[in-house]
Design a protein around this ligand. Structure first.
Ligand code: S3P
Length: 430
């Protein structure tokens, strides 16, 4: 991808109705489980982002045909629990979800695989999956510091009981996928609740998964059946537009067909607490996942602190919340967000750097920030740091700044949301 810049002009208002592309977390999981389900699965509104394309590329390398049909639905021809040995490294690109979750699947195969990624992914921590998958019986070699490339020699896995030290849905899902292919029972007890798409997807494909509070378990050897599903709009993509609407007093924004899974929708509670009025209509369930229409009308509200379990549930929405926090009435404090340092970029520092470039007052702590509300920011040169959520977060902050903002390295929005800038222009009033 070549570097490209996008200039964002200030806006007066956010108005209109829209849809967002299919959820990235669900798309990854459905594509991976479809590979393990013998027969044809079909997914409408599959994420158009480069990350999910990486997952589909890996699924093909493991012997499963995939295509887009005339309705743009993704088809995966699953092989069942035994996949084919890849004759090339599994290219995960920028996608931590692809590498971590698919590692659980290749760990349970009879062959060896190599998993590689781009520069950012090759810096991200993989010990969090290497350790438990090794305990299950996989042999895994990594580069220095427990990073990619990973060489995974699969085999017969044994179920384990595991207590991950960090709350990570990718780790939980990786172990549940490995557990599906293992002998015996695999149990994961998380330090705090994370998104539950792995559990829901396994059930949608016909597996039994038990859950009680923060503990999930799966028995090995269960057979999956193929799935036809519509994937709800990604609420982490909707987040950019919701946060934009929240900082213009005259906004009125409706987003249709968006994921409302309670482990993903904490942003709606936070925006409400910050003063917005949010309503949900036409709520329906799709294979265990809730989806519906959100309408947001903004309003002033008090200062907000995000910490503990709430930080975990909001992890992907924190960059945009932080980027708009200076424009809110009360400001924001975020704690317990050390995980932001090991995302596609160091998101703690990236947000601080860009907010300061725009003239904002922000205090960065060891695991969060404090930003007062009611600030005036000016347009600036913004760096994406190659991170899609940083590029989009600051395209939103730029709407309320005085003067133009140039987002450098804006092409990375294609990781999750190729049409982001075009969709933004449709709801912005100038
Ligand atoms: C994801 C889990 C989160 C999140 C990522 C997607 C998932 O990562 O940040 O964008 O689909 O399970 P962690 O598991 O590292 O917290």
């Amino acid at each position: 991808m070549g570097e490209s810049s996008v200039t964002v002009r200030p806006a007066r208002n956010i108005l209109g109705s829209m849809r967002v592309p299919g959820d990235k977390s669900i798309s990854h999981r459905y594509a991976m489980l479809a590979a393990l389900a013998k027969g044809r699965s079909r997914f409408q509104n599959f994420s158009p982002g480069a990350d999910c394309a990486s997952t589909l590329g890996c699924v093909r390398a493991l012997g499963c045909a995939t295509e887009r049909d005339e309705q743009d639905a993704v088809i995966v021809e699953g092989l069942g629990p035994q996949l084919q040995a890849p004759n090339q490294p599994l290219e995960c690109g920028n996608s931590g979800s692809t590498m971590r979750m698919l590692a659980g699947i290749v760990a349970g195969q009879t062959f060896s695989s190599e998993m590689i990624g781009d520069e950012s992914l090759s810096r991200r921590p993989m010990k969090r999956i290497i350790e438990p998958l090794s305990r299950m019986g996989a042999q895994i070699q990594a580069a220095d510091g427990g990073c990619a490339p990973l060489r995974i020699r699969g085999g017969t896995l044994q179920g384990i009981e595991y207590h991950p030290p960090v709350a990570s849905a990718q780790v939980k899902t990786s172990l549940l996928f490995a557990g599906l292919l293992a002998e015996g029972k695999t149990t994961v007890e998380e330090p705090s609740r994370t998104r539950d798409h792995g559990e829901l997807a396994l059930r949608a494909f016909g597996a039994t998964v038990d859950r009680s509070r923060n503990t999930v378990s799966i028995a090995g050897g269960q057979e999956l059946h193929p799935l036809e599903a519509y994937i709800p709009g990604d609420i982490s993509s909707a987040a950019f537009f919701l946060c934009a609407a929240a900082i213009f007093p005259q906004s009125n924004l409706v987003i249709d067909g968006v994921l409302l899974n309670p482990t993903r929708s904490a942003l709606l509670d936070v925006l409400s607490a910050m003063g917005s009025r949010i309503s949900m209509v036409r709520v329906e369930e799709q294979h265990g996942e809730l989806m519906g229409t959100i309408a947001l009308v903004p309003g002033p509200g008090p200062a907000i602190t995000i910490e503990g379990a709430l930080t975990t549930l909001l992890i992907d929405e924190l960059p945009v919340l932080a980027a708009v926090a200076p424009f809110t009435a009360g400001g924001l404090e975020v704690r317990d967000a050390g995980e932001l340092r090991v995302k596609e970029s160091d998101r703690l520092s990236a947000v601080t750097h860009n907010l300061r470039a725009m003239g904002a007052q922000v205090e960065q702590t060891a695991d969060g920030w404090r930003m007062p509300g009611d600030q005036k920011l000016h347009g600036a040169d913004i760096q994406s740091f190659g991170d899609h959520r940083i590029a989009m977060a600051f395209a939103i902050a730029a709407l309320r700044a005085e003067g133009e903002t140039c987002v450098h390295g804006a092409e990375c929005v294609a990781i999750s949301y190729p049409g982001f800038f075009a969709d933004l222009e449709r709801v912005v009033e100038r």
